[in-house]
Design a binder for this molecule. Structure first.
Ligand code: ADP
Length: 153
């Protein structure tokens, strides 16, 4: 059976926290689709294509990994892609409470999709795209929080 997982998010930009979750999930699945959400209300800090390119470069040569963009319901995207698993990372109790609600609602909608959580490594528990963007907006150097392939300037 082909085990496909979708890892959805904004990845604005991808951080070492995201990278670590993906690397640890790769042995568990035959295919992981990193799905960059197109948000109709806000366009994001970095352009969609740039965010996708950074992810592709970070995982260059990794045959199990694909990067796609999507809009609409994540579970619909999973169905279109034949993915039975939704991958999410957990940093804190707050992440857990938020993710739990979504996972239960996805289940209520009878999607048949199983949400798989990967607990962050302690060294990345405080790393977030939001703070990375905040550092950049204020002229700081956020490169220690992002994969080497990400050029933030
Ligand atoms: P969203 O736009 O849904 O908030 P993000 O792009 O910020 O998503 O993150 C996508 C996924 O990665 C989420 O499951 C989030 O909890 C997880 N994540 C973000 N940062 C980290 C981190 N430092 N360690 C582990 N998981 C993380």
């Amino acid at each position: 059976m082909n085990k496909t997982a979708v890892f959805p998010g904004s990845f604005d930009p991808i951080t070492k926290g995201h990278e670590s979750v993906i690397r640890r999930a790769l042995p568990l699945f035959d295919r992981i689709i990193v799905a960059v959400g197109k948000n109709s209300e806000k366009s994001g800090h970095f352009p969609l294509e740039k965010r996708m390119d950074w992810i592709r470069h970070t995982f260059a040569g990794e045959k199990k990994l694909e990067v796609k963009s999507y809009s609409g319901l994540t579970i619909e995207f999973c169905k279109e892609e034949g993915a039975a698993y939704l991958l999410r990372g957990l940093r804190s109790g707050a992440d857990f409470e938020f993710e739990k609600t979504i996972a239960h609602m996805n289940r209520d909608m009878r999607s048949g999709i199983e949400t798989i959580f990967i607990l962050t490594l302690p060294e990345y528990a405080h790393v977030s795209s939001t703070i990375v963007r905040e550092i950049i907006r204020n002229g700081g150097d956020a490169s220690i929080f992002v994969p080497a392939a990400v050029a933030l300037k």
